[in-house]
Design a protein around this ligand. Structure first.
Ligand code: SAM
Length: 291
């Protein structure tokens, strides 16, 4: 079933309140849009990831809207009470500490429950660290994948970096300055020294900086310099061969294919197929010789 939402659809919808997703600056207070400032002041209630943080923004714009804290540890039942308020015609704004709400920030359960209740959700465009970094990175912005924070687990790192190598999209990650060196080391290990990488740091702030270069050069730079502040890591995609799986082939055919495509003798091909398929050599040998 298709769920249609138009901002000013029906009288019934006009009686409902709206949930506004309001981006906030990622550093530079001038990055608020006029509309975002207006709505911060006009909504009946603001849900903020950290009210102590958002109050500074509200004070800057002389706004005194009522605020409540809303974060990933908030009680899920709170959402029901916000839905009741929206049904009674109250407008609610959602903000995170910085950038777009929901982008590695709280809000998805709220948005999906509000939509389930047929209440309009209005998203405002605005600041976002990943996209801000992407368009000035010099890497292709035509196709890209946003992965959120760089994985900490070594196996996860390998999996995701191999995936990046097999696809042409530019990859975007958030990363802490304390882990960026290990992240770059993983890039060198899996994708090689020459992989183009960009570190975008402290965007929109006075110390904004882009470090562009090969993974190995940037790693050498980080050996000498400890980075500070907030970071987006961008990695050029592609360059690794897409693995073709022959797991659907019977062992005999797989061995014959290895022999014809790679010029191997039967003994070597049997060994390779057994390794690729994770089975005993004897099993492949028997299949090949039809024993
Ligand atoms: N919702 C935010 C957005 O739309 O970009 C992202 C929130 S996420 C919890 C915070 C991470 O975003 C930081 O750890 C950093 O990696 C990245 N980030 C936020 N502000 C940044 C900035 N000014 N410069 C570079 N990276 C930034």
């Amino acid at each position: 079933m298709i769920q249609k939402q138009r901002s000013f659809q029906t009288r019934k919808m006009n009686d409902l309140g709206k949930l506004y997703l309001i981006p906030t600056p990622i550093g530079n207070l001038e990055d608020m849009t006029y509309r975002a400032v207006r709505l911060l002041g006009e909504v009946d209630l603001l849900l903020a990831e950290d009210t102590r943080h958002t109050i500074k923004l509200l004070n800057h714009f002389n706004i005194s809207t009522k605020m409540q804290s809303f974060h990933e540890h908030s009680n899920p039942h709170e959402i029901d009470s916000y839905i009741e308020q929206l049904q009674q015609g109250q407008n609610i704004g959602l903000v995170s500490d910085a950038g777009m709400p929901l982008i590695n920030d709280p809000g998805h359960p709220l948005v999906s429950k509000v939509l389930e209740a047929d209440i309009p959700v209005i998203s405002l465009p605005g600041a976002n660290a990943a996209l801000t970094a992407l368009i000035a990175s010099g890497l292709s912005a035509e196709r890209f994948t946003y992965y959120g924070f760089f994985p900490r687990d070594k196996k996860e790192q390998q999996k995701v970096l191999e995936l990046i190598g097999k696809h042409e999209e530019t990859a975007l990650f958030y990363e802490s300055p304390y882990r960026i060196k290990q992240a770059l080391q993983a890039v060198v290990n899996i994708l090689g020294d020459e992989r183009e990488v960009v570190i975008a740091r402290e965007l929109t702030k006075s110390y904004e900086e882009y470090l562009r270069g090969s993974a190995v050069d940037l790693l050498a730079y980080l050996e000498e310099n400890q980075l500070k502040g907030e970071i987006v890591l961008l990695i050029e995609g592609g360059g690794l061969e897409e693995e073709v799986s022959f797991d659907h082939l019977p062992y005999k055919q797989h061995v014959e294919l290895m022999m014809s495509s790679q010029g191997m003798m039967a003994k070597e091909a049997i060994k390779q197929v057994a390794k690729l398929r994770g089975v005993k050599k004897q099993e492949v040998y028997n299949a090949y010789h039809e024993l």
